[in-house]
Design a protein around this ligand. Structure first.
Ligand code: SF4
Ligand code: SF4
Length: 383
């Protein structure tokens, strides 16, 4: 039987531990004061998603041809591979972050994986899980698969609550496994792992996984695609350990979706559109780790001043004042500033690229599939 540790349970149930709306004995129909402003947040968010998807496709294409050049021996000179693809190596990012925390030194191999993880963690701490809904290419593809499902069946399906809650725990279990595995590694062990053949070609192995997808891989991928057509954000909601980690970080975020019960007309449009199935229409503030800051709820709300992204009231003196609203453009600007700021800094000071000799690439990349994962106890990762 599935059990949850208290920490996981807290995250999962956080959405229900929000400030409840005052109970109303009889719900009188409220008069709608229609919004006067035009909400462009979803246009901007979708543009960010498209740009990031294109960026990933472009980097992936360059990386593919870089690998092919080494495999076929046609590469006259060996340039560095595009380090941006290391965003697809979140475990390496986590290991390198631990190495950096323990030693104060930026790791020599796959530092970009660490800088990208820091960027997305910073985004989560400041702007909720904005990476998931504004940038992540898998989130973007999931969103369009769900739209396809809506077109085909007129709706997306929701999994029963009794099954939904334990299923959501899966991503925390996966995260727990990776954190547990990394927590036992010392800085020396992490450095040895990164310098092993496996560590050096981790990105190539990731590419090869998709290039040479076996029968099992195809079945699993097919299932995930199909499930995402029926159930919105199936992968993100139930299985993504990266999203789980960012969800924990987002609990620190000062920003919250906030509903004002007075102007709200209880139409429930916000709850219906929420990709994380949060009961936005029944709460005053959304504190859940599942909220991605997509602002879809705010965009669809028809009532003036009823729903917004806001900073919390921090003191009793300020509690009489309305909460400080954060416009969508500030969210968009925050995502861009953090991404270009941290990545630009790492590039600018020369910490972005791995320091791997061309000869090592020539030798290892064509035989990447033969590189074996170092096991605990192997001399190369022993403490
Ligand atoms: S729709 Fe609103 S509550 Fe739901 S995930 Fe997006 S921002 Fe959060
Ligand atoms: S969309 Fe949500 S917040 Fe806006 S009026 Fe309807 S129930 Fe209230």
């Amino acid at each position: 039987m599935y059990t949850q540790t208290p920490a996981f349970q807290e995250v999962i149930e956080n959405e229900h531990a929000v400030t409840p709306a005052p109970a109303k004995a009889v719900k009188a129909k409220k008069k709608l004061v229609r919004r006067g402003d035009r909400d462009n947040s979803q246009l901007v968010r979708r543009s960010y998603q498209a740009a990031f998807l294109l960026l990933n496709a472009w980097l992936g294409g360059i990386f593919y041809f870089w690998v092919r050049g080494l495999e076929t021996g046609t590469a006259a000179t060996v340039a560095d591979p595009p380090a941006g693809v290391e965003g697809w190596l979140p475990i390496a990012g986590l290991m390198n972050l631990k190495y950096f925390v323990l030693t104060g030194h930026v790791p020599a191999i796959h530092p970009a994986a660490m800088f990208l993880l820091i960027t997305f963690l910073a985004m989560s701490v400041l702007l909720r899980k904005a990476f998931c809904s504004w940038l992540c290419p898998i989130g973007t593809i999931s969103e369009y698969l769900a739209l396809l499902g809506k077109k085909l069946f007129g709706r997306n399906f929701r999994i029963w609550r009794w099954l939904d809650i334990p299923l959501r725990g899966l991503k925390y279990l996966l995260l727990g496994f990776f954190v547990w595995a990394i927590s036992s590694m010392s800085a020396t062990a992490i450095a040895s792992f990164m310098q092993s053949d496996y560590g050096v070609v981790a990105g190539v192995k990731m590419l090869n996984f998709f290039r040479f997808l076996g029968e099992t891989g195809l079945i699993v991928l097919g299932f995930l695609v199909l499930a995402s057509v029926f159930v919105q954000n199936f992968w993100c909601r139930y299985l993504c350990p990266y999203g789980a980690l960012l969800g924990f970080a987002s609990l620190l975020s000062p920003l919250r979706i906030r509903r004002e019960p007075e102007p709200c007309i209880d139409c429930a449009k916000c709850a219906k559109v929420c990709p994380s199935n949060l009961p936005v229409d029944q709460l005053v503030t959304i504190k859940s780790a599942e909220c991605t800051g997509c602002l879809e709820c705010v965009a669809i709300c028809p009532a003036e001043g009823a729903l917004h992204l806001a900073l919390p009231k921090i003191s009793k003196i300020s509690s009489s004042k309305p909460p400080r609203r954060i416009p969508a453009w500030a969210m968009a600007a925050g995502v861009a500033v953090l991404f270009f700021g941290i990545v630009g800094y790492a590039k600018g000071v020369g910490l972005w690229d791995s320091h791997i000799p061309a000869a090592a690439y020539r030798q290892l990349v064509p035989h990447a599939n033969a590189a074996r994962h170092p096991m605990p106890g192997d001399s190369e990762i022993s403490r």
